[in-house]
Ligand binder design. Structure first.
Ligand code: ADP
Ligand code: MG
Length: 337
């Protein structure tokens, strides 16, 4: 049983109460209808010492920034504006105050940048390392919310920014690789940028049919869009760009650069599909929109749900691709049914 089968097993018998609930488990945020044609977006993500971070690799201020940024990324993935957040923090007893203060300084930097307000949380002691769990709340205009389940056959698949950078940064930290160019990738891993502005522009453009943020890796997250939309895909891996520097550093840590772009997690880029009937208009819109990063077409949605193909630069299918990060992949023998 993997992480997603576990979540599905735990949540399949939950009754759906309240007509305001438009989306519960299964997307980047839960969606609840509010007043005046607005929808509330709610999401929660935790960072655990030893699992998501090591204190020898990150300072606490940067950790605070990342904890909030990864939550805001899920609001970006729905095309929303981030508004509020709550923080639950589990602190080791020694230096509890200083630890928390530095983490809060980092969170404050991100909250000031994106105009979000801290509205509550919980503080507990932890015997098992530092724990940071954040719930973020955003909003979006009704009709502009972007879900994972809207992709249709023929829709082109796009991705923002560059992929694999965070995973490469993590490999450099693990292998203690330093030198020119390495810091950029380490910083992508320790201090990711939530694509709030891009998510908002994409949702307002009216061209996008589905969207997700890439936290588990391109292939794993594309599978979420395909699974929720009941479609397949054909991905042209050669269209995913990476720099020479990226390839050189990947080789130094013994990683395949192409595989890093396909499976590396925690880039927090946006993966989305565009209405197949509006692709020309979308490409024109892209040229005019003032975005911080490139948006690149990397494939197409197909009707057959079982057809999930990744092609190489010669048009041949790549058969073996590890599908990204899964917290419970080591527990295959466990049965939760
Ligand atoms: P993301 O990577 O976008 O944060 P996840 O893969 O963590 O999303 O979660 C997928 C979906 O499952 C989300 O809708 C999330 O709210 C839900 N989910 C995750 N863990 C639990 C849980 N323990 N109980 C209920 N719902 C959960
Ligand atoms: Mg997400």
């Amino acid at each position: 049983m993997n992480e997603f089968e576990l979540i599905a097993a735990l949540t399949k018998k939950i009754p759906r109460r309240g007509k305001e609930l438009l989306k519960g488990v299964g997307d980047d945020c839960a969606v609840i209808s509010g007043s005046n044609g607005r929808l509330w977006l709610i999401t929660s993500d935790a960072l655990l010492e030893g699992i998501h971070f090591k204190l020898k690799w990150t300072d606490l201020r940067t950790l605070g920034r990342k904890a909030l940024s990864v939550n805001l990324s899920d609001i970006a993935a729905m095309g929303g504006q981030a508004r509020f957040y709550l923080v639950s923090i589990g602190l080791p007893r020694s230096k509890a105050f200083d630890t928390a203060r530095e983490i809060y300084e980092g969170m404050n930097e991100v909250s000031n940048r994106f105009g979000v307000t801290l509205i509550g949380g919980d503080t507990v002691a932890s015997n098992g390392g530092l724990v940071l769990s954040i719930t973020a709340i955003g909003e979006v205009t009704k009709g502009r919310c972007l879900f994972r389940d809207g992709a249709k056959p023929g829709d082109p698949i796009y991705v923002s920014g560059r992929l694999g950078c965070s995973a490469l940064g993590l490999e450099c930290l693990k292998a203690d690789v330093k030198g020119p160019g390495v810091d950029e990738f380490i910083s992508r891993h320790l201090d990711p940028e939530p694509r709030i502005k891009e998510g908002l522009l994409l949702s307002r453009s009216g061209f996008v049919t589905s969207m997700i943020d890439i936290s588990d890796g391109l292939m794993a997250d594309l599978d979420h869009i395909a699974g929720e939309s009941g479609v397949g895909y054909r991905l042209d891996s050669a269209r995913i760009e990476f720099t020479k520097q990226f390839a050189n550093i990947a080789k130094r840590v013994g990683a395949d650069p192409r595989m890093l772009t396909l499976t590396g997690g925690e880039d927090y880029e946006l993966l989305f599909t565009v209405d197949r009937n509006k692709t020309t208009q979308f490409e024109k819109w892209l040229k005019r929109a003032s975005l911080h990063c490139k948006m690149k077409k990397i494939g197409v949605i197909v009707a057959d749900e079982s057809a999930r193909k990744i092609m190489d630069e010669n048009g041949a299918e790549i058969k073996t691709v590890l599908k990204g990060f899964d917290h419970f992949s080591c527990f295959h023998s466990l049965s939760f049914s």
